[in-house]
Write a protein that binds this ligand. Structure first.
Ligand code: BJW
Length: 246
């Protein structure tokens, strides 16, 4: 493992256009359940059944209950060593394009500047009528009025299944994917597109794929370097190696 970590650090050190992509696994050590782990169920619903515009249209109360529960859970947790290591990584590798699928805001909280939150942020709401996006940390219900126009309902400002991802964010990511020579993928099952396609694209263009994941059986990208273990232990070790190289 030590050799693999050193190799990963060397590759990142020499990469000219590297990408960092994180998923729910990076926040697992903070106490936030992943989507597809054993703790990922909420009241016997899977994410695929709640994170859709159809679910919200059918039962906005249920969907808001889920988001309120998650907001409360996130508020009780804090960033872990993996989030802080990601922030250090960006300082050591200014060219690193940092992308997260997570909506918990922990990367920013840990000091990672310029992180693209491709699936939105759980602490923002969007008005279905006037589309105003507002930061909101309180409990929301389908009858909570929009602070801008007073209409209901508000929805979470996140990306659900079947929805298009934010254009400005995706333009930046796709531009980088054209030239990326390395990608570090941390704590994602690689089951949800388009994020699941990023490493595949980097590999197709002969870039190097480095992955950190706790699931030994899970190798969706045929990675060049697979670092089996916890992000909170492996990412700080990569940062230590990078400091030696810098
Ligand atoms: C650790 C760890 C530790 C644990 N250390 N590791 C192409 C093919 C097929 C389907 C599609 C396709 N393109 C689009 C689709 C449809 C769909 C899709 O992908 N479906 C799949 C299920 C097949 N995608 C979409 O609809 C997307 N929209 C889109 O593409 O628009 C255009 C389009 C639409 C329709 C058709 C075609 C094109 C939108 C996707 C939005 C996903 N939204 C969610 C909810 C966000 C808001 C919220 O949080 O509530 O995003 S779903 C959920 O999954 C969330 C996550 O970001 C996302 C990914 O989950 P993630 O992060 O990978 O978590 P887990 O739990 O799956 O994995 C955790 C991993 O961590 C595990 O591997 C653990 O082992 C590991 N781990 N502890 C390291 N300590």
């Amino acid at each position: 493992m030590k050799d693999l970590i050193a190799t990963a650090a060397r590759i990142l050190h020499h990469a000219r256009h590297p990408i960092f992509l994180s998923g729910a696994g990076i926040s697992a050590e903070s106490g936030i359940p992943t989507f597809r782990g054993s703790e990922g169920l909420w009241k016997n619903y899977r994410a695929e059944e709640l994170a859709t515009p159809e679910a919200f249209a059918r039962d906005p109360h249920l969907v808001w209950q889920w988001y309120n529960w998650r907001k409360e859970r996130i508020a009780q947790c804090k960033p872990n060593p993996a989030h802080y290591a990601a922030a250090e990584l960006k300082k050591l590798l200014p060219e690193l394009l940092c992308v997260t699928q997570n909506v918990d805001g922990f990367h920013a909280l840990a000091g990672l500047s310029e992180v693209l939150e491709m699936h939105g942020n759980i602490y923002r709401t969007r008005c279905l009528s006037c589309k105003t996006v507002t930061e909101n940390r309180t409990e929301i219900t389908p009858t909570t009025p929009c602070p801008a126009c007073g209409k209901v309902p508000l929805r979470p400002d996140v990306v659900w299944f079947g929805e298009i991802l934010p254009r400005q964010v995706m333009d930046v990511i796709y531009a980088r994917l054209q030239i990326a020579d390395a990608i570090l993928v941390v704590g994602t099952s690689g089951t949800v597109y388009p994020a699941a396609g990023f490493a595949v694209e980097v590999r197709r263009r002969r870039g190097t794929v480095i992955e950190i994941n706790t699931d030994a059986a899970h190798r969706p990208y045929a990675d060049d370097i697979y670092l089996h273990g916890k992000a909170g232990e492996i990412l700080p070790a990569i940062v230590d190696e990078l400091r030696r190289l810098s």
